[in-house]
Structure formats: structure tokens, C-alpha cells
Write a protein that binds this ligand. Sequence first.
Ligand code: PEP
Length: 260
Amino acid sequence: MNMVKEKQKWLVVANWKMNPVSGKLAKQVFSSVKKVANKMRNVDTVVCPPYIYMENMKTSGHRFVLGAQDLFPVGEGSFTGNISYLQLKNLGVKYSLIGHSEKRNQGETNEAINEKVKAGLKGMITPIICIGEKERDESGEYLKFIKEQISSSLSGLPKTSIKDIVVAYEPVWAIGSTAKREPTTKEIFEVTIFIKKVLSDIYDTKSVPPTKILYGGSVDDKNVEIILKEGGVDGVLVGRASLDPKKFSEILKKVENIKR
Ligand code: PEP
């Protein structure tokens, strides 16, 4: 029996959102990031571009792969405007964000997210389930909110699946250009522990490989080191900074050098 424990790698996910405005620009960002990402030994990098650019983005190996920003949970059929998990699978997509706060703001429910998580797993696409409170309150109601988001997204999933999902903690107040502030690493650490506790209350997590937990919200080349060293997470989800190839490459290089 091979008893050598596989070294855990960091996971860095780039969410390009609805950017950039042309395929030419998308290709430029993609090529620069690809060069750096392919050299990383301790980091798995996932780039989530808009769907229309994916066909032209070739990846090879497992260090640098494509992710989607969302998926539709039915394989094919009369669903105008949607992209199915099967279409993504056939394109070679390995991950998908699910339940990003910007989708939730457009009306996506925990139930819809649960269906998408199941479809992703069916298509061998790792769901990156985004959770996070809109604001914090002193009495800790936000923790109940996070717990509800986790338990309903995972409803009906067998225990064996939890190693195949990723949970991204993205406090809405810390995301994007309207972010109120960055959380302290203590705040990130506390929620990371809380997510692990919620997962172990639902499943007996001792007997299964752990679910990866990411932090997302205003991550850049200046704060990524401290977040990974003190936040207790397995990686980061990067929005704005992932569209700047210089900044994103710097993030990857810094993460590469952080010991796990
Ligand atoms: C996001 O929206 O997923 C995100 C992390 O954004 P930003 O890094 O720009 O705050």
C-alpha cells in the first residue's frame, strides 16, 4: 500500500466576471497567466472566463485549468440562454463557481444552487460553492446565515462527495469595487473554522479527505500572503486582480512560496 501522503497544493481561482470586452484582450490575459501558472509546483490555478472565450483557451495538464462562472443543471434541451454542465464537461471545464453573490443578487436561491452542485458533480466538474453574509451583526446572526447557505447547498449529497467540492467564503461586504473594507485575517480564520464545524456536524468529516475552503474578497498581490498564512484557508478566489496579468502572476508567485 502506498502510504506517502500527497502534498496539499494551494488553490487559486480567477473570476473574470463579465470581463474583458473582447476576445483579443481575453487571449492576452490568458496567455500571460498560463505561462506563469504552468510553472507553479505548489499551486493549482483555475481561470473562470466568460463562456464565449473558453473555446479559444487551451490548457494542458492539471496545474492550470478552466472553470466556469456558473452552470445549468440540465444536460441539454430547451433552455434558451443557458450553458449546461454537460456542454462544459465536454469542453474540458474542470470547476464551476456556483452561487456567486452576484448570481444570488439576481435571484438565485439555495435550492437552485443545490441542483447545480449535484449537476456539477455528475459531470465531474468540481463545484466551488460561494457563500457569505451581506453584512455582519454583533449578535452573530451572520453565522446562522452562513450555516443555512452551506446546509441547503449540500442537501442530499452523500458524504463521499464532500471531498469533491470547494467552499469559497466571500463576505459580500468585502467583494468588488464597492467593498466596505477587507476582513481581518482573524475574521477569515474564525469563519473558516466555523465552516469546518458546520461540515463536520452534517458529515462525519474525520473519515473523509477535507473539503477545500477558499477566501474571496479584495484579494491582491499585497494581502494574499497574510491571508494564506493566517486565514486557515486552502486558497483564494480572486476577482478584480485576476484581470491584471502582472498582479495575478505576482499573486501566483507569492502563493507558490508559502509553505503549507
Ligand atoms: C469575487 O467577486 O468573486 C471577488 C473575489 O471579487 P474581488 O476580488 O474583486 O473583490
